[in-house]
Design a protein around this ligand. Structure first.
Ligand code: NAD
Length: 492
């Protein structure tokens, strides 16, 4: 821990001294107004940096830079773009340790998981880089006396707005396909954790990305974020965040008919039948809610368990939850670090109070724990004897908090699983293939895993239904969002 801390301090010093600036047309610049806001570390609540507090003027400059750079970037041969994006991936790998240490101190996520986040970020670049040369290819469709040729081209400058939970990885996931498609970008990262987004754009430019192709505008959602969604030069908004914010963005973007892609919240069920491999299921359920501090859109925050095994299974999960190490994010042993910010910690703790009022049993955790630095540490928590009507079973808590509910049979499990506003992921544990097929057909979610925790395969579609999102990322789906399709019909 001590060694990691002193290394982190070295990387954080520049942010303490220089703050977090915007990047517009290849230049590091403050907000036009000169205003800043403070970002704190969730570890000790001490200031990390002052961050540019941008407004409409800064967004306009960044959008103009992205517009100016668009023609040359979109016109660059795909093979060249591919090589450049691989160079960005190489540069990310070279600075993986710095990225991980800064991310941990900015977000409270533990190094155990964040040490892989930079590598996954690099993988995102490589994946879309390899597909850049063919991204425009369409198909030909023949009719009597006619030959149709379809093709795609990049939509134009796009806005990317990201949340605070795993900011580095998510930024690469949204920006890499935009660049590979030939779009230029204005990125507005979350105000709670803006440091690694700054590293990322610097890394990209140091790897040779031309000026203006990728611009960074820091600021608050209602100011910089709103201005970005309203700007006429910005043709689409790729957004990851809360469902409510998605609604705001849709309204804000209506006047300019903005194309939107939303990856939103979740209240994802993990459904465990008595015939499942219960040891594996328990480990996976624990991993899916308590890793990444439970601040994860795909976390399994509702545990639906067949009644015959409910008591034994929830006891097993409670024991595992109690053994999880909560601690300093830079301690290699830590699984759960501090939550992102006192405001969010208060939200999570308010659900713990609510759970008691709603009459659930607190089988593990249930409150704040003292941790190193005195930051936003809460205990991995399990609520039992809950029902699906309770607010703790319906609302996204976005912390290490799991609500366990018994079910009687397949139909009951299905009804409970689907009885929420969200529909991002679901996890099903059963050894009955027929049941797995029946259930997965009817479960309302964009992504389901059967007898597995969340294991991502990048060519597969990623996204949610209902209040969990609009559109899909991954594979070719990302390109479809960032590109326009054209059909040309030739008379033959
Ligand atoms: P948030 O919606 O509060 O903020 C996300 C981003 O939107 C931030 O950059 C914020 O500044 C900006 N923003 C806020 N108001 C805006 C406005 N009016 N116009 C434009 N931009 C605005 O979300 P958060 O609290 O940062 O992140 C947590 C949420 O993100 C959770 O709901 C979680 O489930 C979701 N999430 C979803 C996925 C997914 O892939 N589905 C992944 C990670 C997180």
């Amino acid at each position: 821990l001590e060694e990691n801390l002193s290394k982190a301090e070295i990387h954080l010093e520049r942010f303490r001294n220089d703050g977090v600036l915007n990047q517009v047309n290849g230049e590091a610049v403050p907000a036009a107004s000169g205003e800043t806001f403070e970002v704190i570390s969730p570890v000790d609540l001490k200031p990390l940096a002052r961050v540019a507090r941008s407004g409409a003027e800064d967004v306009a400059r960044a959008a103009a830079a992205a517009k100016g750079a668009f023609e040359a970037w979109a016109g660059m041969p795909g093979e060249k773009r591919k090589a450049l994006l691989h160079r960005i991936a190489d540069a990310i790998v070279a600075r993986a340790e710095e990225i991980a240490l800064v991310e941990c101190m900015d977000t409270g996520q533990s190094l155990r998981f964040m040490s892989k986040a930079a590598l996954r970020g690099a993988e995102n670049f490589r994946f879309f880089a390899d597909r850049a040369p063919e991204a425009r290819d369409g198909q030909s469709l023949r009719a009597a006396g006619q030959l149709n040729i379809t093709s795609r081209s990049p939509i134009g400058p796009v806005g990317v707005i990201t949340p605070w939970n795993t900011p580095f990885m998510l930024s690469t996931w949204k920006i890499a396909p935009a660049l590979a498609a030939g779009c230029t970008v204005v990125h507005k990262p979350a105000e709670f954790s803006p440091l690694t987004a700054r590293l990322l754009v610097e890394i990209a430019e140091s790897a040779g990305l031309p000026k203006g192709v990728w611009n960074l505008v820091n600021g608050l959602g209602e100011e910089a974020g709103k201005a970005l969604t309203e700007h006429t030069a910005i043709k689409a908004i790729g957004f990851v965040g809360e469902s409510r914010t998605g609604s705001h963005i849709m309204r804000q973007g209506a006047a300019t008919l903005k194309r939107v892609h939303f990856e939103l919240g979740g209240k994802n069920p993990v459904i465990v039948f008595a015939d499942a491999d219960l040891e594996r299921a328990a480990d996976a359920a624990v991993f899916m809610i308590y890793s990444l501090n439970g601040e994860r859109c795909t976390s399994s925050s509702r545990l639906l368990v067949e009644r015959s095994i409910y008591d034994a299974f929830t006891r097993k999960v409670a024991e595992k939850a109690k053994r999880i190490k909560v601690g300093h994010p830079l301690d290699p042993e830590t699984v759960v670090g501090p939550l992102i910010h006192p405001v969010h910690e208060e939200k999570v703790l308010s659900y713990m109070r609510l759970a008691r009022e709603e009459g659930v049993t607190i089988a593990a955790g249930g409150g704040k724990v003292e941790g190193p630095g005195g930051g936003c540490y809460v205990a991995p928590t399990l609520f039992t004897n809950a029902n699906n009507k309770m607010r703790v079973a319906q609302e996204e808590i976005f912390g290490p908090v799991l609500t366990a509910i018994p079910f009687d049979d397949e139909a009951d499990a299905l009804a409970l699983a689907n009885d929420v506003a969200y529909g991002l992921t679901g996890y099903l544990w059963t050894s009955d293939l027929g049941r797995a097929l029946r259930m997965t057909e009817r479960l309302e979610a964009g992504m389901l895993w059967v007898n597995s925790e969340n294991v991502r395969h990048l060519p597969t579609p990623f996204g949610g239904v209902k209040s969990s999102g609009i559109g899909r990322d991954g594979g070719d789906w990302s390109f479809d969002f960032y590109m326009e399709t054209k059909n040309v019909a030739f008379a033959t």
